[in-house]
Design a binder for this molecule. Structure first.
Ligand SMILES: *Cc1c(COP(=O)(O)O)cnc(C)c1O
Length: 408
């Protein structure tokens, strides 16, 4: 376990639990703030409606293309592309984790992380606007960039580490950051970048996929939007795609909602319900997986070959200092570089407890040679490993054995 971070916060507790209850009816006032302040408590109850006799705690998925609607079309539930009660519960749950205690924040769920990302970019930007994107971010961003440029939007890029975004901010409408970045695990100083961006009139969106809301809360650090793929550690079982946007500015969020309606990038009720069910175990999974990731990172660091291991929670990592200031947990992704492509392929083949697969955040460990996709600026032997919830000793032993066998 990582124990405490640099702010001295216990890794299992949110800051300032006495600040009051989150807005959800899921934490009934009879429980008091003391029992509502921890991440585990918050996660298991997140988004639950007030208990109703003979009803389940988490109502089942509502499958509806349309709802009974006699007379004037008032109220939220009219047509299934606009609203669904299963999304509403999930949106409340995510909102309670991303922005606990913030009444003004709003969350919208989407069919995937890319749907959420696109909805922010395309709803906020117009022809003639400039946007700053990471040059080392998620692999679909270059496709997004080409589409933004086709619509007459100026796209500037900057690497994540070192706050180089500051040099290209002037006149930009939106700053997009991904921290920690995927797959290189660099971080940038969210609070500093937000202050500079706001001073110059730019909005800030943070891709919070890798950290999850239990690892980092961008809105508390001043960002306007926290955007993420819920496909990864948020839901954690590798069985669904989901995305979300949490934001504080009502006007900006209305534009994001309108975009969701226009493109229809909506999650199915079954996916939304599964996601909500999965969030109940988020704190357990994150604690276990992130502790396992640290154990794997330490074992890789201590291996006799120099593997260039990266993990934001590893003391001495270039990301460690800023990560400790703004993150409460450091994620489940570890990266390292084997000397050649052939060695990396032998290593992946030799693993028994770690599947060779893409994506990350699931309870079952996966790893892949990232260079097989093209696109990421990484060496041929670069491995991205997503550490699961297995027993740490088993996992470390498997990784070390595969390193040893693949060296032959
Ligand atoms: C996976 C991922 C996305 C895209 O999410 P999907 O759910 O696959 O659409 C966006 N950003 C980051 C950092 C990701 O890892």
């Amino acid at each position: 376990m990582s124990g405490t971070n640099a702010q001295g916060l216990s890794s299992s507790q949110g800051p300032a639990p006495s600040e009051g209850l989150p807005p959800s009816p899921g934490l009934s006032s009879s429980q008091g703030p003391a029992s509502g302040g921890g991440d585990g408590t918050r996660a298991v109850r997140a988004g639950l409606p007030e208990p109703v006799k003979h009803e389940p705690a988490l109502p089942g998925p509502v499958f509806a293309a349309h709802y009974h609607l006699p007379g004037e079309p008032t109220g939220p539930y009219n047509y299934g592309r606009d609203e669904n009660p299963t999304w509403t519960h999930l949106e409340r749950a995510i909102g309670e984790l991303e922005a606990p205690g913030e009444d003004g924040a709003e969350t919208l769920v989407f069919a995937s992380g890319m749907a959420a990302i696109s909805s922010v970019l395309f709803s906020q930007l117009r022809a003639g606007d400039a946007v700053v994107l990471p040059s080392d971010g998620y692999q679909a961003l270059p496709l997004t960039r080409a589409q933004l440029e086709a619509y007459g939007i100026e796209v500037r890029t900057a690497p994540t580490g070192g706050d180089a975004q500051l040099g290209v901010l002037d006149g930009a409408k939106l700053l997009w950051i991904e921290t920690p970045s995927n797959p290189s695990l660099d971080v940038c100083d969210i609070r500093r970048l937000v202050e500079e961006a706001h001073a110059r009139g730019a909005l800030v969106a943070v891709d919070n996929t890798l950290a999850t809301p239990l690892g980092q809360r961008p809105l508390e650090l001043g960002a306007d939007f926290s955007v993420a793929s819920g496909t990864k550690q948020l839901t954690g079982h590798g069985d669904l795609l989901l995305g979300y946007v949490t934001g504080r500015d009502a006007e900006a969020m209305a534009a994001v909602r309108r975009w969701r309606k226009i493109v229809g990038a909506i999650p199915g009720p079954m996916e939304a319900w599964l996601a909500h069910r999965s969030i109940a175990t988020l704190q357990l999974r994150v604690e276990r997986q992130n502790a396992n990731a640290l154990a794997v990172a330490e074992a890789l660091r201590d291996w006799p070959e120099e593997l260039g291991v990266r993990y934001p929670g590893l003391p001495g990592d270039p990301s460690y200092k800023i990560a400790s200031q703004q993150m409460r947990r450091f994620g489940c992704v570890v990266s390292f570089t084997l000397p050649t492509r052939a060695r990396a392929e032998r290593f992946l083949h030799a693993l028994r407890l770690v599947d060779d697969a893409t994506s990350f955040g699931g309870v079952r460990s996966t790893a892949e040679r990232r260079g097989r996709w093209g696109g990421d600026a990484v060496p041929e032997g670069f491995i991205r490993m997503s550490v699961g919830a297995e027993d740490p000793d088993d996992l470390v032993a498997d990784v070390l054995r595969a390193l040893d066998e693949s060296a032959q």
